[in-house]
Design a protein around this ligand. Structure first.
Ligand code: ATP
Ligand code: MG
Length: 262
């Protein structure tokens, strides 16, 4: 029997989750999503998405595998080379990594755009307020004055000077249809998705198979480390990255990886 059988399924605060629990990051992400639902930031469907992700993260041993770290470095190089980079924020991302997203946007000079699958004015406002409480300013997505071609009306809404005009977009936990539509628009797409077989990961220029709570801060760390690099060096990092190799390596790790000790 483990020492942790008494960990309650729902805790009142993050500090009640024992940091040395073998499934600490799962308990933490679950707790943040629950809080997000309670605050009106995250749709109940976000809990299902989280559940799918957590199964993959269990098999990865809740760690950033080397191929994901390479993808995170390539993502940082793409973002530093971009003219108009944008980070797309949905209800799960807002609940899981609000401050970390603001920090990444600052590190690479990107805008944050709220982009929801289940878009309501109340959730848009709740997420904008939540991001502002974590230091964000100039949040995009509220105007919704442009449309992504090939998607139905609500799913297609974006800002003309945000995702619509962006050259590089980071789309964590994106649904497959929208990831495909952004790809068809010719964007350089950086996807964070724990499922290497997800359509979103499959269409990405840079698929990051890692938990968003590890991925976003690690892309920011790589960006800071590369901030003095010249353009040729950044192009070298981008060109050395192969999305197919990264996806294969993640899938191999998930299928064959050793489970963390109970
Ligand atoms: P589709 O076929 O449209 O891509 P899907 O099964 O991928 O559908 P979605 O709800 O659109 O479902 O996407 C959720 C994705 O996000 C899943 O692939 C899941 O593994 C991944 N995911 C969930 N939580 C996290 C997380 N914390 N970090 C990274 N990826 C996550
Ligand atoms: Mg998917």
């Amino acid at each position: 029997m483990s020492d942790y059988d008494t960990v309650p399924a729902a805790v009142e605060g993050e500090d009640e989750i024992p940091a040395d629990h073998p499934r600490y990051q799962d308990l933490l992400t679950r707790h943040r999503i629950e809080e997000g639902v309670e605050k009106g930031i995250t749709h109940l469907q976000g809990m299902h998405a989280e559940g799918r992700g957590s199964a993959f993260d269990y098999l990865l041993g809740e760690e950033t595998i080397p191929s994901a770290d390479e993808a995170e470095r390539a993502a940082a190089a793409h973002l530093l080379l971009a003219d108009e980079p944008v980070l797309s924020i949905n209800g799960n991302v807002a609940a899981l990594v609000p401050g970390e997203s603001v920090d990444l946007a600052e590190a690479v000079g990107a805008d944050l755009e709220i982009n929801l699958f289940n878009r309501t004015p109340e959730r848009m406002t709740a997420i904008a307020d939540h991001l502002r409480a974590h230091g964000a300013s100039g949040i995009k997505g509220l105007e919704a004055d442009a449309r992504i071609p090939g998607l139905d009306h609500e799913r297609a809404k974006v800002d003309a000077d945000g995702i619509y005009g962006a050259d590089v977009v980071v789309v964590p936990l994106e649904d497959g249809d929208r990831a495909e539509a952004l790809d068809a628009m010719g964007k350089t797409e950086i996807v964070v998705d724990l499922n290497p077989l997800s359509r979103s990961a499959q269409v990405a220029d840079v698929p990051i198979v890692d938990n968003v709570i590890r991925a976003v801060p690690n892309v920011a760390a790589h960006a800071r480390e590369l901030s003095d690099a010249d353009e040729a060096t950044l192009r070298g990092v981008v060109d050395a990255f192969d999305p197919d190799v990264a996806l294969e390596s993640a899938e191999a790790r998930i299928r064959a990886g050793d489970l963390v000790e109970e």
